[in-house]
Design a protein around this ligand. Sequence first.
Ligand SMILES: Nc1nc2c(ncn2[C@@H]2O[C@H](COP(=O)(O)OP(=O)(O)OP(=O)(O)O)[C@@H](O)[C@H]2O)c(=O)[nH]1
Length: 205
Amino acid sequence: MNDIKLALLGSEGAGKSAVLVRFLTKRFIGEYASNTNSLYRKRLSIDGRQLNLEVFDPCSQGTEARCILEEPVDWADGFVVVYNISDRTSFINAENILQQIRETRIENCKGEVEVPVCLVGNKQDLCHARQVCEEEGRSLAQENRCLFQEVSAAESYQEIANLFTQLIRQVMEHLKYRADRRRYSSSKSMAKLINNMFGKRRKSV
Ligand SMILES: Nc1nc2c(ncn2[C@@H]2O[C@H](COP(=O)(O)OP(=O)(O)OP(=O)(O)O)[C@@H](O)[C@H]2O)c(=O)[nH]1
């Protein structure tokens, strides 16, 4: 069974909990306690594989983006960064968060492939009050090589489900790649060790 850990990041009130709860339960619940960190767990089956999904929804009340990032950035296998299309500040914050994910991951995992991330433009139903156009979201996602979708946690389930499914697939590939790399580098160092121990001795016989 695969364990997949995701972290939800974004400005206060962008709709992080609403997006996640929509994915996990297919329902929209209007209000959530936002003064605590929450860890959601669910068993899923994707492409016939059983998964234990854990999603960390950190409390973002009164905290700056950098503080929000500190805890989950090492823990998570993938990130969901949410902004509100009717709030430009939340988009600018999402931009900063994407940059911080990139920087932190580059520092911590030299040479590894980039961690899977998806950018979500939530509250699409508020398009009459739109402050961020869809194209801006798409091009930010392209710059950061991440998935992108505008959604409305209030009104629809399917787009959110598709997005999480794509992200989880990418995470599974990423974890497999990392495990293969670890196996390869440990078998290479084992071969080197054996060679050092016996290769030379054999030569002198
Ligand atoms: N119109 C509309 N409102 C939404 C949508 N998603 C969430 N909301 C509302 O936006 C508010 C904030 O939603 P939350 O899910 O609590 O946002 P959050 O990002 O988890 O907020 P914090 O926990 O405070 O960081 C709530 O009043 C939700 O009902 C949406 O798609 N459309």
